[in-house]
Design a protein. Sequence first.
Length: 179
Amino acid sequence: MMGEELQNAQVTDHGLIGDRAYALIDGVDGKVATAKNPGKWPMLFACRATFLESPRGDGYPPPVRITLPDGRTVTSTQQDCNQMLSTALTPQVFLATTAHGRITGAPSLPPSWTAKSEKYWPDLEGREHRDTVTEFTLPAGTFFDGATVRLVTPLPSIGCGAGIRKGASKSRVFVPTLF
């Protein structure tokens, strides 16, 4: 899901305050939704989330407003939030949040649940994984995947595989620019 453009941000040992404080949990398999698997989540980048107020450093994220692909909006405080998100994104999803190392908001998950997600690997020559989806575990109590800070730009990443730039991939691939 796209976030909001920041003019400034407070950086902590755990990344930017408010970054990845919310996530969508797949109600079927319990995995965290990610743009790294565009075949499963093709409409994820068509959504945009913004905080209703600036996040504070106390660890509790403020409510968010999510703009859906059709332009409708839903807030995290609405009773029908999960239903609206599920209708827009399919499959059934739950909006979860993390604060102080605890993940809440996904009612069907057992207490022993560990956050996991998936990554699609395009069919590119020389890759260990080709045209397949792999699963990975997220750090306990977070929605972070491989990096605590990601800068996403509309420009291609320097050194990005030429096959992706030339459109060799059948799906849109999430390639952040890391600094």
